[in-house]
Design a protein around this ligand. Structure first.
Ligand code: PEP
Ligand code: MN
Length: 361
């Protein structure tokens, strides 16, 4: 990560108050009237910092509405003139970068499908050489944060100083609760790798449904995100793309009113109660590691025994037995089955590695 590029505090549209950066507007620009009316109604909320609209829409399958294209750019410029709201659009090719710049777009964003393709990101990066514009990069569709980081590196290498990140969730097989699974742990890893960059949540594409917007937004704020990108539309039910997840500017206003923004700053360390709780957590983590280390010493002894007696390391019956017993006991302790399974799998794998070493020594 480049130390010279510090944009968390210099991102030009970051709000100065305690609340986060709010980006809103339709999934797609559809008509001039729709863009202008959405912009005016968003402006009336006084809570939106940046107006978004999809001009070119990369759709998963052909035959769906793929955006108005260049013809919609003057509508966005007009919306900016009327409301004073700076604008942002998604770009995926060099040509689109060029067109967006012609129409004075203020911030560019790279969509999830583009981030997943290094050739496309490189093409965009090359088109941005010598241009001074902030670029927001959405996570790739697949849960691969190195690919996301790679896109950041390509754009920064092109000389872009203001790079921000948008977490919009990841495609995942068999997930039906969300349109794109949040996988918060991956985003948190990305956020800590890029502590200097503005980090935004897009609950619209994550949830895919209006009902999930508030909860996902609040969760991201609780995790210290710097802002939100939420799709809005004058008549959401009739939107040409992503109808189920869009809301009117007025509903957006209500959601934003209900959200509680939390601060992540040095002063928080002065809160004695929090400090004390953190000390306890640190202490318990220490103890957990000590216990795990003891557990691995026993695994070593088991490995030695199995080696001597020519017994296989993995035994399915034993493993199933461990899981069943753990579920039965731990549900009373307030731990989810999912966590118990993940925890035991990780411990079991480490134990197998220990035994493997002993056996092959
Ligand atoms: C969008 O913001 O409208 C969009 C297409 O998003 P994503 O790239 O996250 O799918
Ligand atoms: Mn959309």
């Amino acid at each position: 990560m480049s130390e010279t590029i510090l944009n968390k505090n210099t991102f030009p549209f970051a709000p100065s108050n305690a609340k986060g950066l709010i980006i809103s507007g339709p999934c797609s620009a559809e008509t001039e009237e729709q863009v202008l009316q959405t912009a005016q109604r968003l402006k009336a909320t006084s809570k939106v910092d940046l107006l978004r609209a999809g001009i070119w829409k990369p759709r998963t399958r052909p035959g769906m509405f793929e955006g108005i294209g260049v013809a919609a750019l003057p509508w966005l410029l007009q919306a900016k003139r009327i409301t004073g709201l700076p604008t942002t659009v998604e770009i995926a090719t060099a040509k689109q970068v060029e067109e967006a710049l012609k129409f004075d777009v203020d911030v560019l964003w790279i969509g999830a499908r583009t981030t997943a393709n290094p050739f496309s990101v490189q093409e965009v990066a090359d088109a941005l050489k010598g241009v001074d514009i902030p670029v927001l990069i959405k996570n790739p569709t697949n849960p691969d944060i190195d690919l996301w980081q790679g896109a950041v590196e390509r754009i920064e290498k092109a000389g872009i100083k203001n790079v921000g990140l948008i977490h919009r969730g990841f495609s995942s097989y068999g997930n039906n609760e969300y349109r794109n699974a949040p996988m918060w742990h991956l985003a948190i890893e990305m956020k800590s790798r890029n502590a200097d960059k503005i980090f935004i949540c897009d609950p619209s594409h994550m949830g895919g449904k209006r009902e999930l917007l508030f909860g996902l937004s609040q969760k991201s704020i609780d995790l210290g995100y710097d802002g939100l990108m939420i799709e809005s539309h004058i008549t959401p039910d009739f939107a040409w793309s992503d109808a189920a997840q869009q809301i009117t500017p007025e509903v957006l206003n209500e959601i934003l009113d209900r959200l509680i923004w939390r601060k992540e700053n040095a002063a928080i360390n002065e809160h004695q109660t929090l400090q004390n709780l953190r000390i306890q957590i640190d202490q318990l983590d220490d103890e957990l590691f000590q216990v795990l280390s003891k557990r691995m010493q026993i695994a070593d002894a088991i490995g030695a025994y199995k080696k001597e007696n020519n017994i296989t390391i993995f035994q399915a019956v034993r493993w199933n037995d461990i899981l069943t017993k753990a579920y039965a006991k731990n549900s009373k302790l307030g731990l989810s089955d999912e966590f118990i399974k993940k925890y035991l799998e990780a411990v079991h794998l480490e134990s197998i590695n220990h035994q493997n070493k002993v056996m092959n020594n």
